[in-house]
Design a protein around this ligand. Structure first.
Ligand code: ADP
Length: 156
């Protein structure tokens, strides 16, 4: 099934100049960029986005970290894109994330862990709506599509 998922390049990737290297992994994998922009996050949008963490003692630290500089939000599209991107992202704590994953290769921290990636179809849908306005997500088909997936995988 073709899915869309949300990725946030956190200040830990923007400040450390890792955006290009991380994005290159997604492109090389065969995921399609459906939307991409830079924005400054607010504490309000973070309280929504991280609603499951708001009451935890480290939440103020997450807000400070995520508002430290503008982030890049991205919508990636592909067959089973949500699980594919989560697998590429790795475990939350960069020290424990497997080598070969983005966090495993670029992060040493539980908090400063390079990117956010949607964890379920429900979250992906809500998160894309949270960070993108109508008209900011594009529906186009790269000419290389047939060399990324078999027709049967694309539902054809
Ligand atoms: P994930 O980003 O892997 O989906 P969570 O949704 O549990 O993980 O947490 C969201 C973000 O909050 C993490 O990516 C990380 O930046 C931060 N975070 C989670 N747990 C901790 C913690 N114990 N200490 C500091 N920051 C944390």
């Amino acid at each position: 099934m073709i899915q869309q998922t949300l990725v946030i390049f956190k200040p830990s990737s923007v400040e450390r100049g890792l955006v290009g290297r991380v994005l290159a992994r997604f492109e090389a994998k065969g995921l399609v960029i459906a939307g991409m922009k830079m924005m400054q996050l607010s504490p309000e949008i973070l309280r929504e986005h991280y609603a499951h963490l708001v009451d935890l003692p480290f939440f103020p630290s997450i807000v400070a970290s995520m508002t430290a500089c503008p982030v890049i939000v991205m919508c990636l599209k592909g067959v089973e894109a949500i699980q594919v991107v989560r697998s590429m992202t790795g475990a939350t704590n960069g020290r424990q994330a497997a080598p070969g994953t983005i966090r495993g290769d670029f992060a040493m921290s539980n908090q400063e862990n390079i990117i956010h990636a949607s964890s379920s179809p429900e979250d992906a849908e809500a998160e894309i709506k949270r960070f993108f306005k109508p008209g900011e997500i594009f529906d186009y088909t790269p000419a290389t599509k047939a060399f990324v997936n078999a027709a049967s995988e694309l539902g054809n």
